[in-house]
Design a protein around this ligand. Structure first.
Ligand code: ADP
Ligand code: MG
Ligand code: MG
Length: 934
């Protein structure tokens, strides 16, 4: 059976969905309405897993709540009451009933998981009326008061403070103050663990808690079950617009109007004694992707204890043991029967969902309950390994595998690690748990705010914390890496870092932070905030200072090779690279580039002898001198082109003729100008005057691109000669050279006609010189001036190909230069005037419109006209999707982005299949679109 992806609408007027005892109103396909948590609890209940009964209030109620001055729909009270009595009936308990009290959890759940961002309140329903009944039933006052102190703590924090909009100063929040009370109590008795507190001590602590709440908040902690329930429900809805949730949504791009659902569920207790436990598990290892059950658990504990990093959690099984928990018993050893039952659910859920699941479970007096399942977050390497292995296990098909890995996750695989050759020479100062692989180096920051601040200023920082909480996400995001002293592999820091693919080390016990002095002692080495450290997140090793980082070796990665091959089998869009040197070209070819989409020639003018010839050309006083000077460059250029054309033998290489303004090639400093004049035996004043003349007020719109070739045709002649002679000579050596000569910055067809004529004349000469009849080359143009885009029908009559130069096209379409936009563009993006920086992600509404016009007009004149993109955008997944939809033949990007582009292009094809034959949906075996690699 496969989980339906459909977004089922709810039944009209139905605000509350019940689940329990093998039945449920909802299912996993209803995430939009029930939130991920509610939908999956319903699904698990229907699958017959042991899920405590409960009900989910829909996200539509949340939307209604915010649209109507924070009021509920009229029918809600009644529907909640009906669902609640359903729960009471199944369990033969009563909510608020003194003899047989039912306790509830009130849980938040958005469509896509926002770990720890919103609120949950446990043990709702404990009051002075129900406490004696609970004690009588369970026979454990200790347990009841432990549950009660947790309720007061969570409720005061979530409902009475946060939801009420109170914003205490840093460290003054009610939860923190209550935690201090408890810490003091433990210290007073010399206890090291919460579990050592006695019933009497806890009872007394609850009284002190309530007094503290009164003192800090100014109101009483409610002593009525129903008041607690509705307070909890309201607080969950309010938490959707809490500061943390909003900042997380911004980072993850989750729309503000989705809203959260509220799930109300019967409590089960992992804190009733030593035959009780609570835990978190992943059906596969989320850090490596290995197909092995992975997780952590704590005996006699409740809810958040595992994630919060208060106690060191035990390993679930042998596979999950590490340096930190090696001496603690595993669940497999301690409760083998229950462990096997859990393994059974693991297998069932993974088969059912066909993806790695992240599970929450609780054991109450020897009975196992499942409290949550969701698609587990994973880092890049794990995402790839799981996707590939699940195909090999026949759990999913290739198209599904391709859709499971985000382009950004692939990026992680290409990300740096510590150079292993050098790492051997350094001694780590401490060790922690490897929670996020890769290497990172940066300056130590001790608070999230400072991390965000320094990160914004362009510093590379490593956030070092005792443990992290959802309040820290903005700082975690701004950091290169995260290091925590506490917490296990399922702690908040580990979870968040995994989601973002960040380098992360947790639970490094040798890390001691001193916030007042702003220092940190790492295994005896005392470092200050601002000092540099390096982390090896794959091994958990911490080093003082900066170690060199290297990019990992893709060649060795069999999984990646297979995976990218599947991408190639799916995609319709070709992927080329932007490369100027044979080394870059060869690298990109190994990454799978099917040609060069942009080879800039200006870099070839910068070697010592070359720049001299170039300057001589620029400073020449007449045509003859100039021609002589420029043709001095011919041998150099020819060698360069031979190198790059042979590195790409058999594949097309688009070579752009000289583009930048000439002043970029001459010195401007007085001393250097003098040297130049002396070196060339020229009059200093004349040289100065010539350089002066090259200055432009607006070089971006000045004497550059084909305007150079039109005013100095000898430049074009020399470059065309170099390219075509290189080609002729390579062909003689049986090397399959395929140049495409590209004329930059064309705005009118006449410019192209002028330059093309020069190239064709050169071609005729070259053929004669080498005695050959055929020379394989084409002449095309960049489309980067708006005028070219809107007269593309005329230009296509001359051009054999178009290549969208979206950097210039963006500058000229939007009317701001990339070099000057820094002073206002960030505010534009902040105010959503532009959704994204248009130099990073293509402005589809504006620049994209010009491209669309050019595609239509161009193909109207010349059907089958080859078109690609060579701007920065060619490596941006969203822009790649747009290019696919537009029907371009290829994208071209920097060598290291080639694998990402191959994946993004495949995902674009899956989302919007190309071609007349409608392709069957993702997952089908047959492939209708012919593979086209350009
Ligand atoms: P989050 O979305 O932050 O994970 P949850 O709603 O899952 O929040 O709840 C927080 C913790 O409380 C989890 O560890 C969960 O397993 C536990 N919990 C939630 N509901 C119950 C329940 N009915 N009985 C016991 N524990 C629960
Ligand atoms: Mg949870
Ligand atoms: Mg340009």
């Amino acid at each position: 059976m496969k989980v339906k992806e459909s977004r089922k609408p709810g039944r009209a007027g139905k605000l509350v969905y019940f689940f329990g005892s093998g039945k449920a109103d909802g299912d996993a396909g209803m995430k939009n309405l029930l939130g991920g948590k509610g939908a999956n609890l319903a699904e698990m209940a229907s699958l017959g897993l042991p899920v405590p009964p409960g009900f989910t209030i829909t996200t539509e109620v949340c939307t209604h709540f915010y649209a109507n001055g924070r009021r509920y729909p009229a029918a809600l009270k009644e529907q909640v009451a009906a669902a609640l009595s359903g729960v009471e009936k199944i369990l033969s308990l009563g909510f608020g009933d003194p003899k047989n009290p039912l306790l509830l959890s009130v849980r938040s759940g958005a469509r896509s998981s926002m770990p720890g961002m919103m609120e949950t309140v446990l043990n709702v329903g404990l009051t002075s009326a129900t406490i004696p009944g609970m004690i009588a039933k369970t026979g454990s006052a200790r347990f009841v008061y432990d549950a009660y102190r947790r309720l007061i703590m969570m409720y005061a924090d979530v409902v009475m403070e946060k939801a009420a909009g109170l914003e205490p100063a840093e460290g003054q929040g009610v939860r923190m103050q209550l935690e201090h009370l408890m810490e003091d109590l433990k210290k007073g008795h010399g206890y090291t663990s919460d579990t050592q507190l006695t019933a009497e001590e806890l009872e007394d602590l609850c009284d002190r808690f309530k007094a503290k709440v009164r003192e800090v908040i100014g109101t009483e902690f409610p002593d009525d079950a129903r008041a607690q329930l509705w307070g909890g429900i309201g607080a969950v809805f309010q938490s959707w617009n809490g500061k943390r949730a909003i900042s997380y949504r911004k980072i993850e791009g989750i729309p503000d109007n989705w809203g959260t659902a509220v799930t109300v569920q019967a409590m089960v207790f992992g804190n009733m004694g030593d035959d009780c436990a609570t835990g978190v598990a992943f059906t596969r290892n989320p850090g490596t992707g290995e197909n092995a059950f992975y997780g952590e658990w704590l005996v006699n504990a409740q809810g958040e204890d595992v994630v919060a990093g208060i106690r060191t959690p035990n390993a679930l099984n042998e596979h999950a043991t590490n340096d930190q928990n090696r001496n603690l018993p595993t669940l497999e050893k301690t409760m083998p029967g229950l462990y096997m039952e859990l393994v059974g659910y693991r297998n069932k859920l993974e088969k059912h969902y066909r993806d790695m699941q992240d599970l929450e479970f609780t054991i109450q007096s020897g009975r196992l309950f499942m409290l949550q399942t969701r698609v587990g977050k994973r880092n890049g390497p794990a995402a790839l390994r799981m996707a590939v292995e699940m195909v090999r296990e026949r759990l999913i098909d290739k198209a599904t595998a391709v859709s499971r890995v985000r382009p950004g996750q692939l990026d992680e695989l290409l990300h740096p690690m510590i150079d292993p050759v050098h790492e051997r020479d350094f001694k780590p100062i401490a060790k922690g748990l490897p929670a996020g692989p890769g290497g990172a180096t940066g300056r130590i920051v001790l608070t999230a705010d400072r991390a965000a601040e320094w990160g914004k200023a362009g510093e590379k920082v490593v956030l070092v914390r005792q443990e992290t909480s959802p309040e820290d996400v903005h700082g975690m995001h701004a950091s290169e890496a995260i290091l925590t002293a506490k917490g296990g592999m399922t702690s908040h820091a580990a979870l968040v870092a995994r989601g973002w693919g960040k380098c992360c080390i947790v639970g490094a016990g040798a890390v001691h932070i001193n916030l007042t002095q702003r220092t940190v002692d790492i295994g005896g080495t005392v470092l200050r905030e601002g000092d540099v450290i390096t982390l090896n997140g794959s091994k958990g090793l911490i080093y003082a200072g900066a170690l060199p980082l290297v990019v990992s070796d893709l060649e060795q990665n069999r999984d990646l090779k297979d995976f990218l091959h599947w991408c190639d089998g799916i995609r319709a869009l070709g992927v080329r690279t932007n490369a100027d040197t044979p080394a870059d070209a060869a690298q990109a070819r190994r990454f799978g580039a099917a040609g060069i989409g942009l080879c800039r020639t200006e870099h070839m003018f910068f070697g010592e002898e070359r720049i001299r010839a170039m300057r001589e050309m620029i400073l020449s006083e007449n045509l003859l001198e100039r021609e002589q000077a420029i043709f001095n460059l011919l041998p150099f250029q020819k060698e360069d082109f031979k190198g790059i054309l042979s590195a790409m033998a058999g594949l097309p290489v688009t070579i752009r003729l000289l583009d930048p303004p000439l002043h970029e090639f001459v010195p401007h400093e007085e001393r250097l100008v003098r040297e130049l004049a002396v070196g060339m035996g020229k009059n200093l004043e004349a040289v100065k005057a010539r350089i002066e003349k090259l200055q432009e007020l607006n070089p971006m719109l000045g004497h550059r691109g084909c305007r150079l070739g039109i005013t100095y045709p000898e430049i074009t002649r020399m470059q065309a000669t170099a390219i075509l002679e290189a080609t002729a000579e390579l062909l003689g050596d049986k090397v399959d050279a395929r140049p495409e000569i590209m004329i930059p910055l064309v705005g009118t067809v006449q410019e192209l006609t002028d330059q093309k004529a020069i190239v064709l004349a050169v071609a005729a000469e070259v053929k004669k010189k080498y005695g050959i009849r055929k020379l394989p080359f084409t002449v095309g143009t960049m489309i980067e001036v708006p005028r070219a885009a809107i007269t593309a029908d005329e230009i296509a009559a001359e051009a054999e190909f178009f290549s969208f130069g979206t950097n210039d096209l963006t500058q000229m379409c939007c009317g701001f230069s990339r070099d000057d936009a820094g002073s206002f563009l960030p505010s534009y993006v902040e105010k959503k005037i532009y959704a994204d920086d248009p130099f990073i992600s293509l402005d589809t509404a504006g620049v994209g419109k010009l491209m669309q016009i050019a595609v239509q007009l161009g193909r109207g004149t010349r059907p089958g006209l080859k078109m690609g993109i060579c701007g920065e955008h060619g490596g941006d997944p969203a822009s790649i999707r747009f290019c696919h939809d537009l029907g371009l033949d290829y994208v071209s990007c920097s060598p290291f982005r080639v694998p990402i582009a191959r994946l993004a292009a495949a995902q674009a094809e899956l989302a919007n299949p190309r071609g007349a034959v409608r392709k069957p949906k993702a997952g089908a075996k047959k492939k209708a679109v012919p593979k086209k690699r350009r």
